[in-house]
Design a protein around this ligand. Sequence first.
Ligand code: ADP
Length: 433
Amino acid sequence: MRLGDFWRLVSFLLIGLVCGLLFGSLMLSLILALLLYVARLHHDLHLLSKWIGGRSSSELSGGSGIFEDLSYSLNQLFLSHQRRRKKLSGVLRQFEEATSAWPDAIVILNFSDEVEWANPAASKYLDVRWPEDKKQRITNLVRLPLLRTFIEENQKEEETLDIASPTKSNTYLSLLLGPFNDTHRVLLARDTTLIRQADQARSDFVANVSHELKTPLTVLKGYAEMLAEQHDKCPTEWLPAIEHMRVHANQMSELVDSLLELSRLDAGQPLAKIEKVNGEKIITGACTAGQVLAVNKKLKIELQIDQNTIILGSKQEVYSAFSNLIFNAIHYTPDGGTVVIRWSKKAKCISFEVEDNGIGIAPEHLNRVTERFYRIDGARSRLSDGAGNGLGLAIVKHIVRRHGASLRIVSKIGVGSCFSIDFPLEEVLQERE
Ligand code: ADP
């Protein structure tokens, strides 16, 4: 008991005592004094309970003694709680304003793929409206088979998918699905129409320029070849210039062909003709084309081929991919080296592999060698005659993707490289010829 409370009780008792002595009823006066003291306590308690129950926004006042202390502490607690609440609602308002202004669609999904929250852009791009679509399954709201597979198959990892917008024609979206917390995932959709249009304009430009260059280059190449063949009729001092012209015309013509091929692959058209592709025939054809250089460099070409293995795809594209990898192995393997080419059926795929013991690729370049025009360094790429233009692996990557296959590159500088293309078994056909 606080000292103040003690003295208050004593003063009540003293008043009772004095009244008792004055009126000659000591017992009754003391009981009355105690009752008054209890009534005072009850009044303070009542005020406190009214304040707590009413969640009043005003300060708690009144009371004395221990109640005064209690009201002071409660008031402090209440004020700090109010300040925290104000701060939190400020943060929440800022978050809501930021997500509303955010141009990308954001949808939070629970473990059953139901919508837990979505921002306004989600209604624009995915037709997911908040709060009307709360607890609706996203796959019921956006009825795209591609999206269903994307959502159902990618449970843990962060994945992306490019789709045409389900709500707006001529609009393309890039979807990103990733974990939000232990039980929720977040689906983001970004409008990539402008990027696509810019890409398309670039592709069209490259395709048009390449197309326009093709005919004059063929003419130049033809004349250069003719002059080189009839060297006995030309003045001797012209011969180096003619040879120079011939080599460069050939290189430019190859570059234009590669650019045209890349533009065609880039256009995203599905395979024009799906046919049975006999890997052995394609590999033999590509090896024959690279034979001259391989013989000049005294390379040993080893073939390990499963003769009965056939895939479904485009013969022309598979030839282009295989020959690019085989030519690269021949180009980037020094004289006397070995190139091993494998075509075999594995547990989950049919695999094409080209392994060489050439110059190899440093780890920092491995992820970039399939970019168009990426060459590790000009001097290195010109290690041997007729080296390419930096488009070969970009073409391979496109063809691999179009065939639902995957490209693996393992390489160590100074030891060699192994390029593999794995065709998934659903896409391939085993056949005895
Ligand atoms: P390029 O036409 O220059 O050969 P590619 O796109 O085919 O272009 O290859 C890109 C780069 O990757 C090459 O410039 C080369 O440096 C490197 N590269 C490709 N294949 C091999 C290989 N088998 N061994 C070593 N480096 C290679």
